[in-house]
Design a protein around this ligand. Structure first.
Ligand code: HEC
Length: 647
């Protein structure tokens, strides 16, 4: 029973920082003999392959203690086709299961498989024409090209929000991966099995399923000038794929990067028959891997023809190509700037081998500048804005930790502004114990383009370090104001996104610990800023977290993006609770606990968890909440759909 012993040791080791330690220590994972035997086999594999990062984690790495509460299936999935794929290269099924058993105390168990729940067929030629994406829809992550996450015509507002009631729930096969997009009477989402599905918005029955063998987190829906509706998404291997929205048939699929560790996290944006997509990377963790020749992947932005999938342009965020540190030194430190075009038809390359070595491996730089958030499109200025992540080597490579503007047509870089200074980093190193003082200068959320009442436009950009900025899009992103809205951590400050509505910007506050245990002092809450000057108009503190579960972390912080409708901002937290706040003052008008189990239309119960990612969408008179989409903390598989009940 070494695993049980380990769980108990960990439980006691973290009691000082864990408020609900009494609950924690008594909730040891159940260990059966088979799991215990597998865990014994998993221990040396973990020590050899995983401990170097997960025992002393930095940045986004979940602490081993946080993995203890994972579903073992989720761990196996992360090793098979998730971000931990390179670390598990060469391992067999039994090895992966043994590592999962060592980490969680349990062997993976086959999950209940939901029923297909296919909609009745409404036949071929006579199938109803798909309506164009309309004003009341929620077609992509930001709701609109400016990323306001404000749905002015969704049919939900301050006067009826208190009457929201659960209409149906859906068990997302193999767990929640990300949010829904809504167009007309259809809902589109990606499942934990890598399928993209279309559901009927009224009943939740399944219209079609498109299987990918990739990790897909979010999808967008759009209508092209030829009237064709497309569902478009990027995946864990950096392909962008468009499906016919009517039937899920594949129209095209294009590789947008050739680095093995580059992926697409945020769904693309579609405008003027073009698809704009941002690339991120899973190489970030490998910088702590002593045998890995870190690092060679860079974030990038690409534009594709929406009808054919042809790559029109692509720009890396960090423009200097990575070279070995030795070469850069030999060349007197001068970086190179080759043209950054992926050859047409190129396929992403094989995974780099992580071979144990005794020699120190070559180091490469620059790398990083990944884009985890959707792009922001400015039709008036013909510009695409990207908010970029950290460079992997701790340097100050332009355009990492920056807001960068690219010409929509050509991809030419118009301007960039960096938000990290040596002085800030030095101050961070003096005061911050948990942060590596690198990740917290990231932008995890997109910028929002907002029209002020006086006719000027402002770009709203908030970093994970707890600072928000107003930038002038007509003056090269000149800083108009900077406001501190929270303490900030490597997990935000602002993580997935603000909402801008009723003349205010609403920032959910994460301030969540890297270790994913609830720190003292109830981090979280929400701040409402004036977009004109950054003045905080109101701030609401987090409430003590109340979790429907007792076998996982119970957090007060708000990692999920905010969502707004007229007079109301939806605010989600790590304990699975969803609140509807009045935009004027933050007063709670309605609340709902999504962390429970719900009867679902497709047979097996839907189980909620923490609210994470871009959890909430509002469209067509309904509120859609995905509970348990999570790479850390408490996973779940619930899509909950609310409608306004009659008064
Ligand atoms: C080089 C450092 C490193 C090593 C080695 C490593 N990990 Fe990770 N791991 C990370 C980081 C960083 C993340 C967060 C990735 C992200 O958010 O994209 C992560 C995430 C995870 C996750 C969550 C993934 C998800 O999809 O939510 C699991 C599970 C995990 N690691 C398990 C393992 C196991 C098991 C091993 C050993 C086989 C391992 N890791 C080896 C750094 C590492």
């Amino acid at each position: 029973m070494r695993v049980l012993a380990r769980a108990c040791r960990i439980g006691f080791a973290i009691t000082s920082s864990f408020i609900a330690s009494a609950v924690f220590a008594s909730e040891m994972p159940a260990v059966d003999a088979e799991s215990a035997a597998a865990a014994e086999r998993g221990e040396p594999l973990y020590a050899e392959r995983c401990a170097s990062c997960h025992d002393q984690p930095t940045g986004r790495t979940p602490h081993r203690e946080a993995l203890l509460f994972r579903n073992p299936d989720a761990i196996v999935r992360a090793l098979e086709r998730g971000p931990m794929r390179p670390m598990a290269a060469g391992l067999g099924d039994a090895d992966r299961a043994a590592i999962a058993a060592y980490l969680t105390g349990r062997l993976p168990r086959p999950q209940p498989v939901p029923k297909p729940n296919q909609c009745p067929r409404t036949g071929g030629l006579f199938a109803p024409k798909l309506p164009a994406v309309a004003a009341g829809d929620w077609p992509d992550l930001g709701r609109d090209l400016a990323n306001t996450r404000f749905a002015p015509n969704a049919g939900i507002e301050a006067s009826n929000v208190a009457r929201l009631s659960l209409a149906w729930a859906y068990s997302i096969p193999s767990g929640a991966a990300g949010p829904v997009s809504v167009a007309g009477d259809r809902v589109y989402l990606a499942t934990g099995t890598g399928d993209v599905v279309a559901l009927d918005a009224k009943s939740g029955c399944t219209l079609w399923t498109h299987a990918t063998d990739r990790l897909v987190r979010s999808v967008s829906v759009a209508t092209l000038s030829n009237g064709r509706g497309i569902v478009v998404f990027g995946d864990g291997r950096a392909f962008v794929t468009a499906l016919d929205a009517r039937n899920g048939r594949r129209l095209w699929s294009t590789a947008v990067d050739d680095h093995a560790l580059t992926k697409v996290t945020a769904a693309p944006s579609v405008f003027g028959d073009r698809v704009y997509v941002a690339m991120s990377s899973i190489e970030d963790p490998l910088q702590h891997f002593p045998d890995y020749p870190c690092c060679t992947s860079r974030g990038s932005v690409a534009a594709l023809d929406a009808k054919s999938g042809k790559l029109l342009w692509k720009q890396f965020t960090i423009r200097d190509a990575p070279r070995s540190a030795a070469d850069i030194e030999a060349a007197g430190g001068a970086p190179t700037r080759p043209p950054h075009q992926l050859a047409a038809g190129a396929e992403p390359g094989p995974l780099p081998a992580i071979a144990p070595s005794t020699d120190p491996p070559a180091r490469f730089l620059p790398a990083g500048g990944a884009l985890f958030s959707p792009l922001t499109l400015d039709a008036k200025r013909g510009v695409v804005y990207a908010a970029t992540g950290a460079s992997y080597d701790d340097g100050y490579w332009p355009d990492a930790q920056s807001v960068v503007a690219y010409d929509m047509k050509t991809g030419e870089r118009r301007w960039a502004r960096m938000f990290k200074t040596p002085e800030q980093v030095a101050a961070c190193r003096r005061t911050e114990k948990e942060s590596d003082c690198r990740n917290n200068y990231d932008f995890a959320a997109p910028v929002v383009l907002h029209a002020l009442p006086d006719g000027r436009d402002v770009l709203l950009a908030a970093q994970k370090n707890g600072e928000a900025h107003g930038l002038d899009p007509d003056a090269g992103g000149a800083i108009l104001w900077t406001a501190r809205y929270s303490k900030g951590t490597d997990l935000g400050g602002l993580m997935y996104g603000m909402a801008v509505a009723d003349g205010l910007a609403f920032l959910p506050i994460s301030d969540t610990s890297n270790h994913f245990v609830q720190p003292p002092g109830l981090p979280g809450g929400m701040a409402a800023l004036d977009p004109a000057d950054g003045v905080i108009r109101w701030k609401r503190a987090a409430e003590a977290p109340v979790c429907a579960w007792s076998d996982g972390p119970c957090l007060s912080g708000s990692i999920s993006a905010a969502t707004a409708v007229p007079g109301v901002v939806f605010h989600a937290s790590g304990d699975g609770w969803l609140r509807a706040r009045r935009t004027a003052d933050g007063e709670v008008l309605w609340r709902f606990d999504t962390g429970r189990a719900f009867d679902a239309v497709n047979g097996v119960p839907a189980r909620g968890g923490q609210l994470h990612g871009w959890a909430i969408a509002a469209g067509g008179g309904r509120l859609y909440v995905v509970s348990g989409a999570s790479s850390q903390g408490r996973p779940g598989n619930a899509l909950l759909v609310f409608e306004v009940a009659a008064p």
